[in-house]
Design a binder for this molecule. Structure first.
Ligand SMILES: Cc1cc2nc3c(=O)[nH]c(=O)nc-3n(C[C@H](O)[C@H](O)[C@H](O)COP(=O)(O)OP(=O)(O)OC[C@H]3O[C@@H](n4cnc5c(N)ncnc54)[C@H](O)[C@@H]3O)c2cc1C
Ligand SMILES: NC(=O)c1ccc[n+]([C@@H]2O[C@H](COP(=O)([O-])OP(=O)(O)OC[C@H]3O[C@@H](n4cnc5c(N)ncnc54)[C@H](OP(=O)(O)O)[C@@H]3O)[C@@H](O)[C@H]2O)c1
Length: 440
């Protein structure tokens, strides 16, 4: 065996997979640990399920990464203080650098009364549910007739897409803390839901917020036109769901019935104030209640605070004086051998392409660190195998993923589906031959 730099990459989403590829191509011996059985992260379990072309294209690229000879994949292995392996374990096992690309797995609760009511969810959980990621795929959700979605990003539109085209609820209200100018979603994503948009309600809402917008020199008609830009390419609706916006409103509490089920969301009206060339929402004190059975927070995520790295706000703390900045960005945590990339570096920011670039750049920083501070070593793979065996749980390797893909493809063909996905870990483990069938 030749001496090589020995690197652990934690998380096999787009950032981790492309980071691992970069490091492997540079000549490192890479071990990729992934919480989920399957690789792909949010590309597999976040991107809307019907985006088959995009998802299949990414799956194909991820397969090629897993095929790299100097890369080992361990799925179903969680790294973290409460995980299967801690960062300290990885060091003890001889890894010379650790790149954390575990995404943003923490939940950004706002600390509002009623967040624990039945019917109050975070978008990530809902998205994982409809994309069939265990254990979220096995949880029960209460999608009522009237649903509020907090936020104005593409995730809000994905949830609205699901609620209007799959759940076919009566009403979806997007509650947006700023105004029509500050919405963050893309026209392309609006095409899926704009046929359900209640245009009369939009007109009335734009009229209601016009004085507030004009006070900060905004053009309400231009903002409305931008929202409606998707109309010519609207996908015909499949339900009578009425989709509408409540602009300039922030949730302040959720109210429930005696059984703990959500019945109302209370919102506070906002005005806009100018701040550093941007706008900020400022509460007016005026509060209103909307009757809803479901509230989904689509306000972005934060990193997992229990991972074992210091956090600040929604992110892992990065070194402010990086030794190996790439494009002026710090990929370094506060531990000299631990680097961060993708949504673990900047939570909830950007598309797959950006995560790929960020993971690749993080790898470049790792590589510089290795070259300047370490010598290639003979990886102690036996120690790692022994440690993993001691976890007493099924370890998912590259060949198992291949087997799972074959079984799922065969199932899809048999059922005449575009795609088939097992929605629980046992079924996946059985399909891969890592768990006996109960009646076998
Ligand atoms: C709902 C939604 C829809 C989206 N739709 C699109 C779209 O249509 N087009 C587009 O280009 N982008 C889309 N994006 C953005 C895109 O998914 C992200 O940019 C990208 O997936 C981020 O990559 P990442 O690798 O940093 O994190 P993730 O994709 O979150 O991957 C993290 C990986 O780390 C693993 N992991 C987590 N914790 C641990 C741990 N403790 N130990 C080991 N492994 C761990 C997870 O299993 C996962 O595999 C969407 C995002 C969301 C939320
Ligand atoms: N189809 C796609 O291409 C697709 C699909 C999903 C996600 N993505 C990408 O994934 C990334 C994350 O998307 P996202 O929608 O989660 O994030 P996002 O685009 O940042 O939108 C988050 C929304 O939540 C609001 N918000 C944040 N904190 C809030 C709070 N405390 N109270 C009320 N509202 C709050 C924000 O308002 P402010 O503007 O006022 O902060 C914003 O409207 C984005 O880059 C997105 O483009 C892409």
């Amino acid at each position: 065996m030749t001496n090589q730099f020995y690197v652990a990459v934690v998380g096999a989403g787009p950032a981790g997979l492309f980071a691992a590829r970069e490091l492997a191509n540079l000549g490192a011996r890479v071990v990729l640990f992934n919480r989920d059985i399957k690789p792909g992260g949010l590309a597999e379990y976040g991107i809307y399920p019907n985006k088959h072309t995009m998802k299949n294209g990414l799956r194909k690229q991820f397969k090629q990464v897993l095929d790299l000879p100097n890369l080992t994949y361990y799925g179903n292995v969680t790294v973290g203080e409460q995980g299967d392996l801690t960062l300290a374990d990885l060091r003890t096992l001889g890894f010379q650098a650790i790149l954390v690309t575990a995404g943003a797995q923490g939940t950004k609760w706002l600390g509002l009364p009623g967040e624990n009511l039945i019917g109050v969810y975070h978008a990530k959980d809902v998205v994982y549910f409809y994309n069939k990621l265990p254990p979220f795929s096995e949880r029960s959700f209460r999608f009522g007739k009237r649903c509020a979605v907090i936020g104005a990003g593409n995730v809000m539109l994905d949830i609205t897409h699901f609620l209007s085209r799959e759940e076919k609820v009566e009403e979806v209200i997007a509650i947006v803390r700023r105004g029509p100018v500050e919405v963050k979603f893309d026209k392309k994503e609006m095409e899926y839901v704009i046929d359900n948009l209640d245009q009369q309600a939009l007109d009335a809402e734009i009229q209601r917020v016009t004085p507030i917008m004009q006070a900060v020199h905004q053009d309400p008609e231009a903002a409305k036109a931008a929202i409606l830009e998707a109309l010519p390419k609207a996908l015909p609706k499949v339900s009578n769901t009425k989709f509408r916006f409540e602009f300039l409103a922030s949730p302040v509490q959720m109210l429930g019935d005696v059984e703990g089920c959500l019945t109302q969301v209370e919102i506070e009206d906002n005005i806009l104030v100018e701040a550093n060339g941007d706008t900020k929402a400022k509460g007016t004190g005026n509060k209103r209640r909307l009757d809803v059975e479901t509230v989904v927070f689509a306000i972005g995520d934060k990193v997992d605070a229990s991972f074992g790295l210091p956090t600040e706000w929604n992110e892992f703390v990065k070194s402010e004086t990086p030794r190996f900045p790439i494009d002026n960005i710090s990929y370094e945590s506060t531990f000299e051998d631990v680097f961060v990339g993708g949504w673990s570096r900047k939570a909830s920011s950007g598309l797959v392409g950006l995560a790929r670039k960020d993971g690749t750049n993080a790898s470049k920083a790792v590589w510089q660190y290795l070259q300047q501070t370490k010598q290639p070593v003979e990886a102690n793979t036996e120690a790692l195998s022994a440690k993993l065996m001691s976890l007493n749980k099924p370890l998912v390797l590259k060949e198992h993923i291949k087997k799972l893909e074959e079984v799922e493809l065969a199932q899809a063909r048999q059922l005449g589906l575009e795609i088939f996905k097992f929605d629980n870990n046992n079924a996946m483990l059985q399909a891969m031959g890592l768990l006996a069938y109960e009646n076998a």
